[in-house]
Design a protein around this ligand. Structure first.
Ligand code: SF4
Length: 432
């Protein structure tokens, strides 16, 4: 096993002397220090926090990568008191960071939510946890009860939308909170805030709130002590596949992909890295030194997504794994736009035939063409992510795809999948 040369970064998942468990409110304060949050709107305090987060260069950790401070500015222009929503849905099956954060540091997430609520004038915080994540929901409820007993003035409620991939999409989440329908909504202008009734809604990923809590305590300069100039701070990454210790690690943004994998103890040769999740992209072994940060990943045709790396063992089949992801993602769509209703199932059909060595000679070209044609044609970006992942697979596993297309599929197609595929509940139900 190779030893990691990566310096440890322990900010969000700093577990303290008691080990990696939620230390409770008193333990949390002992670990991170106390936090002063004004009970009422305080313009000077709000401006100072906004300026500090802007100087830190914090971007959303939920996949969009939008500057957090700019999102708050847009909201403040709306005038009305907003509702703050913590998105801990974690619909990406290969991600475990929200679960880890809520299990180890629920108070850090709630600190951040309370700070953002105070800054924006919100009186309540809604934490959304998928309905198959009862342990996470319990951890938040217990933490919220502790804070309430300690005198916190802002109400925290936990909601549990259906555990589907698309439910974590911002407009789907707000749609569910409003109507019980967890399907995404077409947004022509994304700078216009989503609304719950007449109130604008501010949604951030759970990790983003936790980062705000750290910036409020330690400042922008400290935050920039990790990461790079263009991509400051640390981030949580879920690593799985060909590693001895799969799980969530915290690294500085810009850490090379192979360094992150080394932290988890590689088990052997790898034929590719799925980066960013099921709507991310495959990287070839030669691209393993790509820094895990938005710009370098974009140049490599990939995306940071919610911070996922799956190292594919060399004896697995990248084409078969891609077919499995595509079929699952086709089933996870909201079923309301052409690219998802027709495009994704057709691509999955061809990929499955290709994986089994039963595809016709035109299959590879057809898969590529279909993947190109569905981009930017849905109400949300669900099909775009799958298209990127599929096209990257055809590039990274090009020689495998050619052999499969020629009727010589590899033995790896029979290997057990290294990926997780949960079952899917209905998207439309009652909001709790
Ligand atoms: S693009 Fe797909 S997932 Fe997104 S709203 Fe349309 S059908 Fe649903």
């Amino acid at each position: 096993m190779t030893t990691s040369t990566l310096p440890r970064v322990e900010r969000l998942l700093h577990s303290g002397p008691g080990g990696p468990t939620d230390p409770g409110l008193a333990g949390h304060v002992a670990l991170h220090g106390s936090l002063a949050v004004p009970a009422r709107h305080d313009p000077a305090w709000s401006e100072a926090l906004l300026a500090e987060v802007a100087a830190a260069g914090l971007t959303g950790r939920g996949g969009g990568g939008f500057p957090a401070a700019a999102k708050w500015e847009a909201l403040r222009r709306g005038g009305r008191r907003p509702v703050v929503v913590v998105n801990a849905m974690e619909g990406e099956p290969a991600s475990a960071k929200d679960r880890a954060l809520l299990a180890w540091s629920p108070h850090l997430v709630l600190d951040g939510a309370e700070l953002v609520a105070a800054l924006s004038g919100a009186r309540s915080v809604v934490v959304c946890v998928a309905d198959d994540r009862d342990a996470s929901a319990r951890a938040v409820r217990m933490a919220a009860a502790e804070r309430s007993a300690a005198g916190t003035v802002r109400e925290v409620t936990v909601q549990q939308p259906p555990a589907r991939y698309v439910t974590g999409e911002e407009s789907a989440l707000v749609n569910w909170l409003s109507s019980g329908d967890a399907r995404p909504v077409l947004r022509v202008d994304k700078s216009v805030p989503l609304r719950l009734g007449r109130r604008p809604v501010l949604v951030h990923n759970a990790e983003t709130f936790a980062q705000v809590a750290l910036i409020a305590r330690h400042g922008a300069t400290w935050f920039r002590g990790a990461g790079t100039g263009d991509a400051p701070g640390s981030t949580l990454v879920t690593v799985s596949g060909a590693v001895c210790t799969p799980g969530v690690v915290e690294v500085g943004l810009g850490t090379p992909v192979d360094e992150v994998v080394r932290r988890c103890g590689p088990t052997g040769p790898v034929s590719g890295y799925l980066v960013g999740g099921y709507g991310g992209a495959w990287l070839a072994p030669e691209q393993a030194s790509t820094p895990l940060a938005p710009a370098p990943l974009a140049r490599a045709g990939a995306t940071l997504g919610v911070g996922i790396i799956v190292a594919l063992p060399a004896d697995s089949c990248g084409i078969a794994e891609t077919a499995r992801i595509t079929r699952w993602m086709a089933g996870e769509s909201a079923g309301q736009c052409g690219p998802c209703v027709y495009g994704l199932p057709a691509i999955a059909d061809d990929l499955e035939l290709l994986a089994g060595g039963r595809a016709d000679p035109g299959a590879v070209g057809r898969i590529d063409e279909r993947a190109r044609s569905i981009v930017a044609r849905g109400a949300c970006r669900h099909p775009d992510g799958v298209a990127r992942m599929v096209r990257s697979a055809l590039a990274v596993f090009a020689s495998d795809a050619a052999a499969h297309a020629a009727g010589r599929p590899c033995a790896g197609r029979h290997a057990p999948s290294v990926l997780a595929f949960p079952t899917s509940p209905a998207l439309v139900g009652e909001a709790s």
